[in-house]
Write a protein that binds this ligand. Structure first.
Ligand code: ATP
Ligand code: MG
Length: 422
């Protein structure tokens, strides 16, 4: 078999819900993101509604042009679940009843419920002749693999939890095993996570490294407002793949410097939490226009309580005064959205919480409330810390309300990160 890069991989998703836009096709997105660093690039994604003719036609077309295809959905017990029958028709084979699977389904059913299993469910034990039954560790619809023409198809349930587990445990290992002896069996990958740098700039900075390391795949991913660089290498052995990867990574790190805050799935707030823990320090915040977003970021990872103390969500002027001691005169003279208020919010939050550091955010997220002097997107971010650290910065963020809030929260964390890494 050729290198993974040369193979044609496709995804095929079925289901009225997806095509109507009732649910987003997250199965395809997640699977494509898993396959890419392994060197399998998804060349095409096809989607059809639950119509037998459309499903059959798509299977036949894909079978003539792809090496691999992962099919999502339509393996359930209801009359709109047509995929197994269509697969059999496209392959020109009959459906057969898989007795062991049926027995397993009955046993599972008996464990959970008093009444007998509906006849409808038996449909799920019918699979095309000649397929490899892959099963389903979490459900009653069995996944199966079937070769049609040049293409290895994997037929998988649509339910995301079941779908992803089968991709991880049963599909990807088979795809990788097929590469044995091609010189591309071993695989290493890494994701370098950046903030404060635009995707185009990231691409530009690492492009010399990309040219210098042609055997390493470079990929870019935006997770607003972050930008991530993924590096992946394949070789005959793990050691060889790792050394290819390490050389490329070192060059990228040289270019990107402190834009990189972490790697391989750590979150931005978590990376900063780790810095605080290393210094035995803590953080609190006072949030106005972000309404708790910084607190959300600082508490969503396990172990956050080691560094995060809590937050004051002080949306109104009145609460800014009463909860964290912002002076009435300051609010009257400069307004809630001002450098002066941000400074007093940070000082107040630090004093009231007893944390080592406090961040404050006050701004105009929009779409209303802007003025010529303070347009929508104006956000003041303050910090108060040990050894007299006290400052507030003015920012002007672009985008809609959600984007302004997200950028504000990240900018606040970034302000702290600068203090912790200087
Ligand atoms: P079931 O036994 O539930 O009928 P199935 O294999 O027939 O499973 P579908 O009926 O297509 O799969 O989808 C089951 C559920 O899984 C859907 O209601 C939907 O919530 C979710 N789902 C289906 N396809 C996708 C997809 N492409 N991305 C994300 N979720 C999906
Ligand atoms: Mg279904």
């Amino acid at each position: 078999m050729s290198t993974p890069h040369a193979q044609v991989v496709e995804l095929f998703v079925t289901g009225d819900e997806v095509l109507r836009g009732t649910i987003a096709d997250t199965n395809s997105a997640t699977t494509a993101a898993k396959l890419y660093p392994l060197g399998f690039t998804v060349r095409r994604i096809t989607g059809v509604m639950d119509r037998g003719e459309d499903i059959r036609r798509a299977l036949l077309e894909i079978s003539a042009r792809a090496d691999w295809c992962l099919v999502s959905g339509g393996l359930g017990p209801t009359s709109d679940d047509l995929t197994a029958a269509c697969a059999a028709q496209a392959a020109g084979v009959e459906l057969r009843l898989d007795e062991p699977w049926l027995a397993g389904m009955r046993a599972r059913w008996a464990q959970r419920r008093a009444e007998p299993m509906p006849l409808n469910n038996e449909r799920q034990a019918w699979v095309p002749e000649g397929c490899e039954l892959l099963g389903n560790p979490d459900g009653s619809a069995p996944a199966f693999a079937l070769r049609i023409d040049r293409c290895h198809f994997f037929f998988l349930p649509g339910v995301p939890r079941e779908h992803h587990r089968i991709v991880d445990e049963l599909v990807i290992p088979r795809m990788l095993a097929a590469l044995h002896g091609t010189g591309h069996t071993a695989h290493r990958s890494r994701v370098l996570q950046c903030v404060g740098i635009a995707e185009s700039k990231l691409d530009e900075l690492v492009s010399p490294a990309r040219l210098a390391h042609p055997k390493v795949r470079f990929g870019f991913r935006t997770k607003f407002p972050e930008n991530h660089l993924s590096l992946a290498a394949r070789a005959e052995t793990v050691a060889e793949a790792e050394s290819l990867l390490a050389a490329a990574e070192a060059d990228c790190r040289k270019e990107l410097g402190s834009f990189i805050y972490g790697q391989d799935g750590v979150s931005f707030a978590q990376a900063i939490g780790n810095l605080l823990v290393a210094r035995s320090q803590t953080l609190a915040c006072a949030e106005s226009c972000t309404g708790g977003l910084v607190s959300q970021l600082c508490t969503e990872y396990a172990g956050s309580s080691r560094s995060f103390v809590g937050a004051f969500i002080t949306y109104s002027n009145d609460l800014k005064e009463r909860a964290i001691g912002v002076r009435h005169e300051t609010l009257v003279a400069h307004g809630a959205v001002s450098r002066e208020t941000a400074l007093e919010m940070a000082v107040g939050a630090r004093e009231k919480s007893g944390a080592s550091w406090a961040l404050s955010i006050t701004g105009i997220a929009g779409p209303d409330g802007g003025s010529a002097e303070k347009p929508v997107g104006t956000v003041f971010i303050g910090i108060a810390g040990p050894n007299g650290v006290l400052e507030a910065r003015a920012n002007l963020f672009r985008g809609d309300r959600g984007q302004v809030r997200t950028q504000s929260a990240f900018a606040a964390l970034q302000l702290l990160r600068e203090q912790l890494t200087r």
